[in-house]
Ligand binder design. Structure first.
Ligand code: ARG
Length: 456
């Protein structure tokens, strides 16, 4: 028995019931749906729209519904379509007549919009905690291996030596911005749509401000049509989740590369790698690969909702029900990825000797030589050209940059001195990068101090 069948002579076809239900997934909104209904009932009584004793009975009944759901004793019914009608119908079963007053001055359109905003506000907070845990895991690795050096890459080619900690802290920055984005999203969605009714607002003297205060919304939405039609806060959250997934995917790719036999820069714990059913020797970085793979699915949910929304005339259309599964899946996927990846980082160990060996290729210090020339007064473009010609000479004569004599060097770099031959040292190169944001140990230490303070 549906709650809207007054005008219908025929029963809903079973296929339609199956096609239109959302209770199989929107049931997870139950705590928010119930909280919204309790605040609404209290407001209706305060405004004299329903008797106070009915509101009291509603609030008590809703608490019982909540307890039943939490105890796993609630019988969710497909024919009641969604969480709203499942809760309301059970409430009326429990308390009788007063239950029939709850849906006064509201519609499922403003109700779902409210439930989703409450849910997302909660999820933003949870995700931010997980992002902080991720940052802490990376920070711990950076602190533990503060003086491990490695080659930094551009185009996946050796570029310049960097501290391993500097590389890790780059991700800590990214996850920090991810948190800011979620905070921003949370702030923007923290407005109460309830009281907008189906589309045009209500003829009843609702006190929406009171409901907003009860539910911790910072304000009330201004336009009832926008309130029931808009889902851009969900799109925004999916975009934020996509960016988090992208960051996790890049980290995964770094880990996969470092873990390959060719690089062999790191080891990972057995508990966070998997074997092959055929090749006995294999130890694969499947956690990182899955994270990289799941990113596609998160982006997919963003594209799906953008596409669902693009042709919808104002205001509510049932298409909007399709907003939920993608949001839930994107949240669950990113949340599990964060939990698993942070745990895996706890088992990651660098192999400092392998990393140092790769960072010791003197070609990585070519920029240092050019900057030495700049300090001697040579314009940078000229310095770049002179060092470039030395690199070319070395390639042709099959010599390493640090194996040329001073005379040979002077053929390309007229003002070269003995000092130049000392430049080809990765420790020297790193400690010289003292300008703000560079990879020198003191800079890395101040980044560590900054994040320790931020995350305390
Ligand atoms: N389950 C619906 C949704 O998620 C709730 C709103 C239904 N409104 C309606 N007019 N049928 O969108």
């Amino acid at each position: 028995m549906t709650l809207w069948n007054g005008r219908f002579a025929e029963k809903t076809d079973a296929l339609v019931a199956k096609y239109s239900e959302s209770i199989s997934y929107d049931r997870r909104l139950y705590p928010f749906d119930i909280a919204g209904s309790k605040a609404h009932a209290r407001m209706l009584a305060k405004q004299g729209i329903i008797p106070q004793e009915d509101a009291d009975a509603i609030v008590k009944g809703l608490d019982q519904v909540l307890a039943e759901i939490e105890a796993g004793k609630f019988d969710f019914k497909e024919e009641l379509e969604d969480i709203h009608m499942n809760v309301e119908s059970r409430l009326t079963e429990l308390i009788g007549k007063p239950g029939a007053r709850l849906h006064t001055g509201r519609s499922r359109n403003d109700q779902i919009a409210t439930d989703e905003r409450l849910f997302m506000r909660h999820e933003c907070t949870q995700l931010n905690e997980q992002l902080s845990a991720m940052q802490k895991a990376m920070l711990a690795l950076a602190v533990k291996h503060k003086d491990v050096i490695m080659p930094g890459f551009t185009h996946l080619q050796h570029a310049q030596p960097v501290l391993f900690a500097h590389h890790l802290l780059a991700y800590v920055e990214m996850f920090g911005r991810d948190k800011e984005r979620l905070e921003d999203c949370k702030n923007r969605l923290n407005r109460l749509p309830l009281g907008s009714g189906a589309i045009a607002g209500s003829t009843l003297p609702l006190d929406r401000q009171f409901v907003a205060e009860q539910l911790g919304f910072k304000e009330v939405t201004r336009n009832s049509m926008d309130s029931v039609a808009d889902r851009d806060h969900i799109i925004e959250m999916l975009a934020d989740l996509s960016i988090i997934a992208m960051h996790l995917s890049r980290l995964s790719e770094d880990i996969i590369i470092w873990f390959s036999q060719e690089f062999a820069f790191i080891t990972l714990g057995d508990a966070f790698t998997t074997g092959s059913s055929l090749m006995p020797q294999k130890k694969n970085p499947d956690v990182a690969e899955l994270t990289r793979g799941k990113t596609g699915r998160v982006y997919g949910h963003l594209m799906a909702l953008l596409t669902t929304m693009k042709g919808l005339p104002l205001t509510y259309n049932r298409d909007l029900q399709e907003d939920k599964e993608g949001l839930f899946d994107a949240l669950d996927t990113v949340s599990l990825a964060l939990a698993t990846m942070s745990a895996m980082l706890g088992t990651l160990e660098p192999r400092p000797e392998r990393m140092r060996q790769a960072a010791s290729d003197p070609a990585l210090m070519a920029t240092d030589l050019a900057e030495w020339l700049v300090r001697q007064g040579v314009p940078f473009r000229e310095a770049h050209h002179q060092v470039g010609s030395l690199v070319g000479y070395c390639a042709r004569s099959n010599k390493a940059l640090d194996k040329v004599s001073l005379d040979e060097m002077r053929q390309c770099i007229p003002c070269a001195t003995d000092e130049c031959l000392l430049i080809f040292n990765p420790d020297h190169s790193i400690s010289a990068r003292k300008a703000m944001g560079g990879t020198a140990l003191e800079n890395v230490e101040s980044q560590i101090a900054y994040w320790q303070n931020e995350l305390a």
